[in-house]
Write a protein that binds this ligand. Structure first.
Ligand SMILES: Cc1ncc(COP(=O)(O)O)c(C=O)c1O
Length: 391
């Protein structure tokens, strides 16, 4: 046979999925990032009704005008002039991210990406033919990038920088002051800012700080309803920007990627946005209780320290266990029946960490933490493995 493209061969399955695939039926899952809630009932009803009413067709590429209008108005407190032309519906945040990489990047370009990060960012740049170039979001700096390091990485081929707050996998958020510094960096180097704000509604103690409306017109936001309305399986997201040039390109590309988003589901999402906009607050309260429990439990374990996450539903503790990689440790925990993700699955700087998605109820979290504690206590006293585990 004739073989495969360099772009397909250059990318690998993610470590998060690998752990999931290795898990037995009885395992307690703290691996995948999806809320354990049902979407709002009004969304399910409106989705069903829309199908009954015959909304089973192609829509315009950018999506249903009433939904886009509603989305534009959700962000108009930050960008007052947004209209439907500033929103393009996509089939998930993942689709939005890939579209943006394809719209912005050429071979020979590079894009600055967080490390650790959502594992799709790097491969999306690779698929677009560009070089992913990683900046640190280090534990020592509360997982916030340092502009001095960004200055060392940027060069004349840098086209864009991606920021993700609240962050997957760290749960970190930023202050307005930090946001302004990060935007100023982009402005100095004339970069596109891709801001992934899919966790903007899952935030605990401070209001969300967006990159929108902060005075830089090179900002493009990617969004998803997966987390906001617990509808990961619906695959609904969007791209939003006040910059009409980028909207024109992404809307054109979206046609060649999926033609349009799903017809009936957009009615479901519209109902959720209109009638259940506060829905995430129920989830948020549950996540906050779980966060407090899991952080307290982890902090009391040998060699473990946490930053308490301010957003999303992940905790990314540092696990100081000389001689053991994060894959070794995650596999040992898995053998005892708990699925978590090795920090290295999120990039080289994730090594030395584990990621726990607290998307199960507190009783199960407590049970899982008993197991994790037992494993870490045992590993702490055991000889490290001669060879790091491969998986
Ligand atoms: C930071 C971040 N961005 C984007 C996505 C993509 O979400 P979806 O493709 O489900 O819309 C995820 C999913 O986990 C994520 O964590």
């Amino acid at each position: 046979m004739a073989g495969f493209s360099d772009r397909a061969l250059a990318i690998e399955p993610t470590g998060v999925r690998k752990m999931f695939d290795l898990a037995g039926d009885e395992a307690i899952h703290l691996g995948l990032g999806e809320p354990d809630f049902q979407p709002p009932a009004v969304a399910i009803e409106a989705f069903h009704q829309a199908m009954v009413d015959g909304h089973n067709k192609y829509t315009t590429t950018a999506g249903l005008p009433p939904l886009r209008e509603r989305i534009a108005s959700l962000w108009s407190h930050l960008e007052p002039d947004l209209g439907i032309e500033n929103v393009c519906m996509t089939m998930s945040g993942t689709n939005a991210l890939l579209n943006i990489s394809l719209a912005m990047l050429n071979s020979g370009d590079n894009i600055l990406l967080p490390n650790p990060c959502f594992p799709l960012y790097g491969p999306h740049a690779t698929i677009a033919g560009a070089e992913p170039r990683f900046y640190a979001c280090a534990f020592e700096h509360e997982f916030v990038p340092q502009v001095s390091e960004l200055e060392e990485l940027v060069d004349e081929n840098t086209k864009a920088i991606l920021y993700n707050f609240p962050s997957n996998p760290t749960g970190a958020t930023i202050t307005e002051e930090q946001r302004d510094e990060l935007l100023e960096f982009a402005r100095r180097h004339d970069l596109w800012v891709i801001t992934d704000e899919v966790y903007d509604r899952i935030i605990y103690d401070q209001p969300h700080v967006s990159f929108l409306g902060a005075g830089y017109d090179g900002v493009v936001m990617i969004q998803s309803f997966s987390k906001t309305f617990a509808m990961t399986g619906w695959r609904m997201g969007y791209i939003l920007s006040a910059n009409s040039a980028i909207m024109e390109q992404v809307t054109k590309l979206q046609y060649y990627i999926t033609a349009c988003s799903t017809d009936a589901m957009q009615y479901g999402v519209l109902a959720a946005v209109e009638q259940a906009h506060d829905y995430p607050s129920e989830m948020r309260d549950a996540f906050r209780r779980r966060r407090d429990l899991i952080c307290a439990r982890l902090d009391a374990m040998p060699g473990v320290s946490c930053h308490v996450p301010e957003g999303a539903f992940y905790v990314f503790p540092k696990v100081d266990m000389p001689g053991w990689t994060s894959v070794d440790i995650a596999l040992e925990i898995l053998k005892e029946g708990v699925v978590c993700s090795p920090g290295s699955a999120f990039g080289a700087d994730g090594e030395g960490h584990l990621r726990f998605a607290y998307t199960i109820d507190v009783k199960l979290i407590d049970q899982a933490m008993d197991i994790v504690e037992k494993v870490l206590t045992r590993l702490h006293q055991a000889e490290p493995p001669g060879q790091p585990a491969q998986f």
